[in-house]
Structures are given as structure tokens and as C-alpha cells.
Design a protein. Sequence first.
Lengths: 242, 242
Amino acid sequence: MTTLAGSARTTRSGHRRQEVANGIKDYILTHQLKPGDPLPTETELCDAVGASRSSVREAVKTLSALDIVEVRHGHGTYVGRMSLAALVESLAFRGLLSSEDDHLVLGQVVEIRQTIEQGLAPRVVAGLDADQLIRLRALATGMAEAAARGEEYLELDREFHLLLMEPLGNDLIQQLTGAFWEVQSIVTPTLGQDHRSALSLTASLHMAIVDAAEARDIEALQEAVAAHYAPIRELIQSVRKP
Amino acid sequence: MTTLAGSARTTRSGHRRQEVANGIKDYILTHQLKPGDPLPTETELCDAVGASRSSVREAVKTLSALDIVEVRHGHGTYVGRMSLAALVESLAFRGLLSSEDDHLVLGQVVEIRQTIEQGLAPRVVAGLDADQLIRLRALATGMAEAAARGEEYLELDREFHLLLMEPLGNDLIQQLTGAFWEVQSIVTPTLGQDHRSALSLTASLHMAIVDAAEARDIEALQEAVAAHYAPIRELIQSVRKP
DNA sequence: CCCCATTTGTTCGTATGTATG
DNA sequence: TCATACATACGAACAAATGGG
């Protein structure tokens, strides 16, 4: 039998969608499903929980927004990867809303990124191995080369900051780093500034971070991180009071 | 009239729900609406974007899960507060899923909380004012009193860690702190341990944090934070290999 | 390549529950 | 009590995408 839900007949007229959503979550938990595993079809979920297909769909959409389930058109519904995509979307929209006024959220995101990288500097210098240093320097040189050609290097920048947190051995910290990076990259364009002119400067600031990390100098690393975020912070400040 | 969406016809019969969701977000942005402001009714949204109620409802449910909109039954739809509730729900469920195995996510959440509070210790001692110190101590004494009566003090604990981050003056950091606290409080019970016996110990560990903060001793504060998280970390380790 | 079964996506119509006045 | 406006829920039908024969 389907071990999903048991309140089919009660019909408490209480929020059906929430019951269905909880039922699906319970189903995943009790069946010990992993990300990627298939879930019952919508029609199967309907008679399992005794709800209409519309209610089931709305519940699935709610869980889909949280990346708890993943829906593939014409294929089926599967357990999601529970990424931080929901955090990114929610926070990015909050940043876009406040961008019209004072860019408050963008400033907070930048501050949090700097604070985390500075606060974790001791563990970074303690945990960085030779290979990670080589890859960090390669990314920084790649930025410099791209800057010399006048090209952007968004993905290099993202990989750099992710790699910087890799020595901590904590997936969640890396995912958070990536999430905040994405939020900043989404909201920053609302500043309306052309950062082409700062491409080579930003690249050199990344190289300074690598130098400090390689020297195992905690304070130098923290200063290099502060210098890295200084331009964007000043830009936000300058835009705030025109 | 309908300043909602202009992409209704641009992308044809692609994913209606996504178009509607983007249309609603555009509506909020272009109208510069703030949290709590009312949105058009479902029927108005329907002819505004040219979609059926079902599609609009599913889109609204998606945005509702991200707290971008808030729906009040029989009342209307309003702009949400864009809280980190989505992060909590997604991360908590991820923790519940991994709890059956090795409590990996719970360990990562605890580590992130400790890392953040330790890394921000310098700014905390620099920014704490007299009033905040008084309130921190009051919360710690409240915990001790509750422990003496054998009672829980969940809310006191939450307020304590939120207050500890208050000196930074960054809303986002406080919200993140609260979010991770909630995730831990949701997932921890899966350890199946009775922490009643550690109530007074935990209370004293909080008091030690206050003492270190009042002394403006950064290293002592970092050690006190480490000691605060030591019991739960050991508990996770012990459960991981039974 | 077409056909077909399966599954999700979209729509409409209708009835019900909920808050406000 | 009634009336209005709104969200909630249900069911049936059709469209679109995927995968296999």
C-alpha cells in the first residue's frame, strides 16, 4: 500500500495543499529517497492522499520552488537536490526591490561575503594545500589575461571564491558562498556602472589574495580580502547619495 | 491599465507558470511595491497576463514558497517579506533526510554557526554597547533560572544568538543566524538524545560567552563559543558511529 | 519516421470556505 | 442575517513533451 498520508477521509477542509506537501515530504523521508529518485506520478499521489490533481500540483510546485522535488515535463517527478536556489531567488529579489532606493541589501550581501572570508581566513591559510594554491593562482592569472583582452571573467571569479572556501571541507559553506556570489552578480547591474575599467584592478586584487594565502599570512589575507571588496563598497556608497 | 507583464506574448506558450511568476515579480518591481502592499486579485492577474486561474495560482504558490508574495485566505494576495523561511525549510528537510544516515548536514550547520560567531568575534567585542551586554546577561541568567526549574529555554537561546550578532548592524547576518538556529532546532531532535541533563551546563556556557564579551577579550570569546558548541558536536560524533 | 503510451502542463467550469461590512 | 469579494478546492478535458516500439 501507499504509506502516504492517512487523512484521506477526514477532509478537514484545512489547507489541503499544506497537507499534501507534508505528505509528499513524509513519503520521501519514510522511503529514505535520495536526490534523483523518482516519486509517484501526480495521479498516483492524488488517490494516495485523496486530493484533486490541482491541489497536488500546487503542493508539488511549492516543493519545487524549494528544490525539494524536481519536475521534468513529460517524464515525472523526482526528489530534488535541495540546493540554495530558493535562497538566491528570494534574496536576489529582495535586493532588486531595495536597489531602486539605497542598495541596502546589496551592501549587506557584500559585507557578509567580506566578513565570512575575513573571519575564515585563519582556517583557510591553515587548510590550503599546494594543489589548491596552484589552482587559485591559475584562476587569478586567467582573470588577468581576460582583463588584458578586455573580457569579463565572471565564472573565473565564482570559481575563485568557491575554491578559497574549499579547505574548510564544509559543503554548506561553499554553497552559501556560491549563493551570495550569485545574488551579488544579479543585483550589482542595477548600480548602472560600467566595471570594464576595473577589470585588471580586480584581477590584481585576486592575485594579492593568492599571495597572502601562499605566505600563510592571516592578517595580510584579511587585508587583501578587504581590498578586494573595497571598490564595490565604495561604488555602493557613491550611488547611495548622488 | 495592465502594466503587468510585457512578456506575455513574447515567449509563446512556453512555461506559462514561469511567465506568470516573472510577470508578478515585474509588477512588484515596476510598481515599487513594499512588503505588505496588496497585489491584484487572481482574476485580475489572469486577464492581465492572459493565463488561466490554475496557472496563476501555481505561479503564486511558487512565489509564496519563496516569501515573495503572501496569500491570506479570503482576503487577498500581498507582497511578502522575502524572509529566509525558504532557506530554513529547504535546509531543514535536507538535514532530516541525511539524519537517517550520518547527520552530515546537522554537523555542517553547527560548524557554520560556530565558524561565523568565532570569525565575527572581533567585530562583536568592538561593537557591543552596555545595553546589549545587559540584555545578553539577562538572557543567560534567564537560561540558568529555567535550567534550575528543569525547563527548556529555546526562545531565550534564539534571542541570545541573535542579540550577539546585533552589534554588526547587518540585518542579513542576524536573519542568517536565526535561520541556521531554526534549522538546527528542527534537525537536532532526530539525534534522539535527551538534552535535559545538559540544560544547566548550556546555560553556564552562554554566561561564559557574556563574560568574555564584556571583558572585550576576543580570544576568550572565541574559546567560549567553541565550548558552547562542543557538546552538540560531540553528540553528533558519538551518534555517527554507534 | 511515425505511432503510441505515459506523464506533466494548461484550461475551463463549478462549488465551497473565508473574511468584511 | 445577508451580501459581496476573495481565495480554495475539485473534476474533466485537451495540449505538450518524453521515451519506446
